[in-house]
Design a protein around this ligand. Structure first.
Ligand SMILES: *Cc1c(COP(=O)(O)O)cnc(C)c1O
Length: 416
């Protein structure tokens, strides 16, 4: 069930009208549904069933404190990639012992802070990183819990959309050499080998690549077990896709996870997952107002007050995001509109060629904007980033204020 529905010909988030929110808080405006976030998180938990596991929300997808807090209260763990994300999770009431630390470039001070807080696991991506972690842990006189990110080299011919699970990219350790790394780690004084992880890509709309990857990892788990290295968990990363357009199939998260759990039956291995997009994408929208309508020959432009600095996915990845009128009308100008923003770049668009009846002043909602949207916003063209609102039933809370212009140069000086 979508949290965004038309009630009396107006788009609502849960039981709050987007028109009212836009009037109160201005545009462009990010709006999230709390129940949509909770429902998606629960779908993961249901997939685990009784199997031992931990759902670690990938903070990079949406790091707003209120979003993290809502997930923490539901029992979520967190997948972080920087000390900044670590401190955010703690500030949001997250449990350090449920944090996994991913990323290829962890610094010594970041490792130190994570060890101090007692995180669940470091997802280590290279031999040099392992050495550094052992040194930092020795200094603090603790043992660092470690998993190695394995690059399963899942066949690109079968799964062309997988971009991170192949040998030629920077992520993970080659599946053919990682056994030696495990053996070395097992001998280290301040390392505790606990798991194995992978993250094969993003926006995957089929379960099969995950199943292929888990089988490859399990073969390795067995080889390690035969030489006395026994792991406690296997972490299958994130990457389950979401429905962005009518043409996409809607992945059933619970069924995906059940399929993975089936591969672990009769094994004493916990399943860790790091979902980002699939938890928050369809729980958010960006509301924007049409400033002007304009025709350039064949092209019809709806110039809106939200741009690529607010939401860069269409410009950066040619991502297609659905655009809906907040109050549909039939008495406006009917055309195929390109929704373009105020930024001085030709790439500044949020959607192209969308059929709609419009008048200037109308509100539109860019759908599926809960993941990789606000977190990638910038101040390009000296524009303050939008406010963020979290809605629960009839209640709307400002969970991040709109940036004031003076904030934007507060850290600068005249250099005189
Ligand atoms: C980005 C990322 C995730 C989250 O991916 P989604 O596609 O948003 O689910 C999880 N783990 C790692 C290591 C990542 O880099």
């Amino acid at each position: 069930m979508s949290a965004f529905t038309y009630q009396q010909d107006q788009l609502y988030v849960e039981n709050v009208s987007l028109t009212e929110l836009a009037e109160t808080h201005g545009t462009p405006l990010y709006v999230y549904s709390k129940s949509a976030i909770e429902q998606q998180f629960d779908a993961y938990q249901q997939g685990l069933g009784g199997h031992d596991g931990l759902i670690c929300f990938a903070v990079k997808a949406n790091s707003n404190l209120a979003v993290l807090n809502c997930l923490a209260k539901r029992g979520a763990g967190f997948d972080i990639v920087s000390q900044g994300e670590l401190e955010r999770v703690i500030a949001a009431g997250g449990d350090a012992s449920k944090i996994v630390f991913s990323g290829v470039a962890k610094q010594a001070k970041e490792m130190e802070r994570a060890l101090e807080l007692g995180i669940h696991c470091f997802n280590v991506e290279s031999d040099e990183e392992l050495d550094r972690l052992n040194d930092v842990a020795a200094k603090l006189n603790v043992k660092a819990p470690v998993s190695f990110r394995v690059n399963p080299d899942v066949d690109a011919q079968t799964h062309p959309y997988i971009s991170t699970g192949l040998r030629e990219n920077k992520f993970g350790i080659d599946i053919r050499t990682v056994k030696a790394t495990y053996q070395r780690a097992a001998q280290m004084s301040h390392i505790n080998v606990v798991g194995m992880d992978c993250h094969i890509g993003s926006q995957l709309l089929e379960a099969q690549p995950f199943e292929d990857a888990i089988d490859r990892l399990l073969t390795l788990v067995d080889e390690l077990s035969a030489i006395g290295i026994n792991l406690k968990h296997i972490d299958m990363g994130g990457g389950i896709g979401v429905k962005y357009s009518e043409d996409d199939i809607e992945p059933n998260v619970t069924q995906y996870i059940q399929k993975l759990v089936n591969h672990l039956k009769s094994r004493n291995l916990a399943l860790v997952l790091e979902p980002g997009r699939s938890i928050v994408a369809n729980a958010g929208v960006l509301v924007s107002r049409v400033e002007y309508l304009k025709d350039n020959g064949e092209h019809h432009f709806a110039i809106i007050d939200g741009g690529m600095n607010d939401l860069i996915r269409p410009a950066l990845y040619q991502a297609w995001m659905e655009i809906k009128p907040v109050q549909p009308r039939s008495d406006g100008k009917e055309a195929y509109w390109d929704f373009v923003g105020p930024i001085c770049e030709t790439g500044d668009f949020l959607g192209k060629n969308r059929k709609m009846s419009l008048k200037s002043g109308d509100l539109i909602a860019v759908m599926s904007a809960g993941a990789y949207s606000f977190v990638m916003a910038s101040n390009y063209n000296t524009r303050g980033r939008p406010a963020e609102i979290l809605v629960s039933d009839r209640e709307a809370k400002v969970v991040r204020q709109r940036e004031q212009l003076s904030d934007l140069w507060a850290l600068e000086s005249l250099g005189e």
